[in-house]
Design a protein around this ligand. Structure first.
Ligand code: S3P
Length: 428
């Protein structure tokens, strides 16, 4: 696909689509709860539709209306063995969190996905779940999907020190722990997104969090809720960067979720000297959301690492692009997790941005970006990774010579089906 190139004057307002992490979890909690859950501003993108399909395959009735998704939850015990293997598409969140739910169910199920999913590590989830008494195995004795989960209703609690900083792993253990025979303790390495913890409380459950230590009792039951999903800051990120780097631009992003475990990109933009303001911040059913406005800015390179990484892990590809337009060097470190995302995002970002003229080097746990560089046209690929595809479209906006041809552009529908349309709406 030919991308939109050479655009100044990006002006306008984007209503950012619903948060992906929260949309997945709303279906999951709605499915194990008793009573009806109504979800407004649900993200109707491929990944979250995979979660809906998975829970339908487990016997949950889920209705889609133009305004909302309605989940008719009948509690944990209403989940039934699927009649065939469940296809979770490209969604790491679906497969990993679902394994935690299935660990405590008294039946066997097999989960598989696309080419990318078949390469994603699952030991990080299988090991703790198996310690609790479930029996999870990957394909041909490996840790890779397809994964078969033989669950049990007598899971035992564990005390688990997490070896990786991952909200997916934490959430999978939480779902198993909620079904176990006692109290589970999870100790995080670094603080990761805490949407599962919030939803446990929102759906009427209990959880104790003290900094990196989480304690959760087993045999908990939940009650259906009505909720509105805020906009996804990870989707807003592409427009935040576009507004900062395209000349003479101002972009307004409304109703963006501002959960502090997700707002690392705002900290980085501020450190780089970017013009970003937050207004209309308000809480809807306990969730903080607000309007983010950005404008064209002079930026300087920064160092990004440590506790900040989990707070912006999905934004790093587009932050790397931002750094190509900052004066000086930007170092991204402590981000080896990027290698096991939908694709190896260190390699993908370095290769594709180099093709477009950036000066950027891969390191073992991140990247070094030398700014400020002029970008030019070229032939690039998303590697089937939505966030790489969207980052490359933002890069294309600031190219003033040549064309950008993107292979596997359709990957953006994993999290943002209307992305290219929304980009065009800002071009005057
Ligand atoms: C997610 C957690 C992150 C993130 C992913 C969504 C979640 O993955 O990259 O896009 O919803 O829990 P990890 O937990 O593997 O870091």
């Amino acid at each position: 696909m030919k991308l939109v190139t050479n655009k100044n004057n990006l002006k306008g307002t984007i209503k950012v689509p619903g948060d992906k992490s929260m949309s997945h979890r709303s279906i999951m909690f709605g499915s194990i709860a008793e009573g009806t859950t109504r979800i407004k501003h649900f993200l109707r993108a491929d990944d979250c539709m995979s979660t809906i399909a998975a829970f339908r395959a487990l016997g949950v009735e889920i209705e889609e209306t133009p305004e909302e998704i309605i989940v008719y939850g009948k509690g944990w015990d209403a989940l039934k063995a699927p009649t065939e293997a469940i296809d979770i598409g490209n969604s790491g969140t679906t497969i990993r969190l679902l394994m935690g739910i299935l660990a405590g169910r008294d039946f066997e199920s097999t989960l598989f996905g696309d080419e990318s999913i078949a390469k994603r590590p699952m030991n990080r989830v299988m090991l703790p779940l198996n310690q609790m008494g479930a029996h999870c195995v990957g394909s041909h004795e490996t840790e890779f999907p397809p994964v078969t989960v033989r669950g049990t209703t007598s899971l035992h609690p564990i005390s688990y020190q997490m070896p990786v900083s991952s909200a997916q792993v934490k959430s999978a253990i939480l779902f198993a722990a909620l079904q176990a025979d006692g109290e589970t303790t999870i100790i995080e390495k670094k603080k990761t997104r805490d949407h599962s913890e919030h939803m446990i409380r929102q759906f009427g459950g209990e959880i104790f969090v003290d900094d990196l230590t989480i304690k959760v009792k087993g045999k908990q039951k939940f009650t259906g809720q009505t909720m509105t999903v805020p906009g996804d800051i990870s989707s807003a990120a592409f427009f935040i960067v576009a507004g900062l780097i395209a000349s003479n631009s101002q972009i307004c992003l409304t109703n963006v979720g501002l959960n502090p475990t997700r707002t690392g990109i705002i900290d980085v933009v501020e450190q780089m000297g970017g013009k970003l303001t937050i207004s209309d911040a308000s809480r809807d059913t306990g969730k903080l959301a607000g309007t983010i406005t950005v404008e064209t800015s002079q930026l300087k390179g920064v160092e990004i690492g440590g506790d900040l990484i989990p707070r912006l892990i999905d934004e790093l590809p587009v932050i790397a692009l931002l750094a190509t337009q900052a004066e000086g060097i930007t170092i991204i470190k402590d981000a080896a997790e990027l290698k096991v995302k939908e694709t190896n995002r260190i390699d993908a970002v370095v290769r594709e941005l180099t093709t477009l003229g950036a000066k950027i080097e891969a390191t073992d746990d991140g990247m070094i970006i030398y700014g400020k560089t002029k970008l030019h046209g070229g032939k690039v690929t998303s590697y089937g990774d939505h966030r790489i595809g969207m980052m490359l479209q933002v890069a294309a906006l600031i190219i003033d010579d040549g064309e950008v041809e993107l292979e596997k552009a359709e990957a953006v529908s994993v999290s943002y089906p209307e992305f290219f349309k929304d980009i065009v709406s800002l071009c005057n």
